[in-house]
Write a protein that binds this ligand. Structure first.
Ligand SMILES: Cc1cc2nc3c(=O)[nH]c(=O)nc-3n(C[C@H](O)[C@H](O)[C@H](O)COP(=O)(O)OP(=O)(O)OC[C@H]3O[C@@H](n4cnc5c(N)ncnc54)[C@H](O)[C@@H]3O)c2cc1C
Length: 379
């Protein structure tokens, strides 16, 4: 076996949703992948609420808004294909979002959402009461009937299962650095790990809030990667919630298939993950104001995670000077929604870099390369 074929073509550092979704696409395209992550239990992915809410969270940037809407459109297909490869089910549902906005702005916000491509239904006070009897509010709301939610932990379990089934290799260790060393007369990436150096043709750094360590000083200054802590509660309410409920500028409630609901989330920039008294108090105050019956709910779980924010809040892809190391960062607060579409673009960039390095790939599962079905507009 030649040296070239004895080391894995692609090393993915970070096994959250982005690293694993990209690795899965590469494996499907016939690329060998090694993933380096000591353990993704503390990833943002496993802390997320799983809302698929491009319109309730509509960003000001039109390119981001359109990417988020596109991501929603392709989500069910992604989950179906992944679940088939993984051999496990992933809970996903599209009950729609009840968006709570100031009554005086409801019509204008509805128009803005329609202009961004959303299907919008206006609910007056009576319609809101019958849609969500648990809520106790005077005014109406906006219904976004196409939005939904996925169970991020089941999705992450499925990605891990599919990765293993398709022959991915997982090294349970931390990556310490990514360096370029000469190999066969050209510079090639090496990932220094706790278990020794790992040579690769192409490296994807998808370490979420851990990314600062792998960027150079200029990139760190420009992108300022930073964590944004979010705390979440899981409650067992006295009655079921039918829709996602999203209060503009406030909290959200996400119904789960077992009848529990998630109440999220705080947002504290620059803070690591931890659960604070103030955070839990804020969530409970807002939740019981919207739905006073929640005072009777049982608290089932409390946790926190750190969202990976960079630059102005949009995902970034940074290619180093060698052209064989990619840093994907900044999925921030919509990474569960965005990762399936974004991972397609990453897989395409990586397969193009492999083509440049002369690595041959057997046909993938689809009998094709990792060509995109949804192309993210590269930023
Ligand atoms: C409270 C909260 C609620 C959220 N709710 C939603 C939501 O409703 N909808 C939505 O779309 N998004 C939501 N998000 C955002 C979403 O969770 C993130 O954007 C997304 O999970 C980021 O994925 P990632 O793969 O980039 O990072 P992560 O999931 O954090 O994965 C990064 C991985 O890299 C590994 N790593 C780090 N450093 C190293 C190293 N040196 N060596 C090896 N491995 C390393 C870590 O162990 C981790 O497993 C939420 C986030 C939080 C915190």
């Amino acid at each position: 076996m030649s040296l070239r074929s004895s080391h894995p073509p692609v090393v993915v550092v970070g096994g959250g949703i982005l690293g694993l979704a990209t690795a899965w696409r590469l494996l499907r395209a016939g690329v060998r992948v090694t993933l380096v992550d000591p353990g993704p239990q503390t990833s943002a992915t496993r802390a997320a609420a799983g809302m698929l809410s491009p319109f309730a969270e509509l960003p000001a940037d039109p390119a981001m808004a359109s990417a988020m809407a596109t991501a929603l459109g392709g989500y069910a297909h992604f989950v179906e294909k992944l679940a088939a490869d993984a051999g496990v089910a992933v809970a996903i549902d599209f009950p729609g979002t009840v968006l709570l906005v100031p009554e005086t702005e409801r019509v204008a916000i509805g128009d803005r959402l329609r202009a961004a491509g959303a299907r919008v239904e206006m609910l007056d006070a009576g319609a809101l009461r019958s849609a969500e009897p648990m809520l106790s509010l005077d005014g109406g709301a906006i219904l976004l009937p196409d939005e939904g939610h996925v169970d991020p932990r089941q999705l992450h379990d499925a990605l891990q299962a599919a990765f293993a089934r398709l022959g991915g290799r997982w090294m349970h260790t931390e990556a310490e650095s990514i360096v370029i060393r000469e190999r066969g007369g050209v510079g090639r990436p090496v990932v220094e790990t706790g278990l020794g150096p790992l040579e690769a043709e192409v490296v994807l750094d998808a370490t979420g809030t851990g990314v600062a360590r792998f960027l150079d000083e200029e990139q760190r200054q420009r992108l300022q990667p930073r964590p944004v802590r979010g705390e979440i509660l899981r409650l067992l309410p006295p009655a079921r919630l039918s829709h996602l409920v999203h209060e503009s500028g406030g909290i959200y409630l996400v119904p789960q298939t077992d009848g529990s609901i998630l109440v999220g989330a705080t947002a504290v920039e620059g803070e690591p993950r931890r659960v604070t008294v103030g955070g839990v108090q804020w969530l409970l105050e807002h939740a019981t104001r919207l739905a006073p019956g929640l005072a009777q709910a049982e608290i089932l779980e409390i946790w926190s995670g750190a969202r990976p924010l960079a630059g102005n809040g949009a995902p970034e892809l940074v290619e180093d000077a060698s052209g064989f190391v990619f840093h994907a960062l900044g999925l921030y607060r919509n990474g569960i929604l965005l990762a399936p579409a974004w991972s397609e673009t990453l897989a395409n960039r990586i397969t193009r870099a492999l083509d440049r390095s002369g690595i041959e790939r057997p046909g993938g599962l689809d009998g094709s390369s990792a060509r995109s079905e949804i192309e993210w507009s590269e930023r």
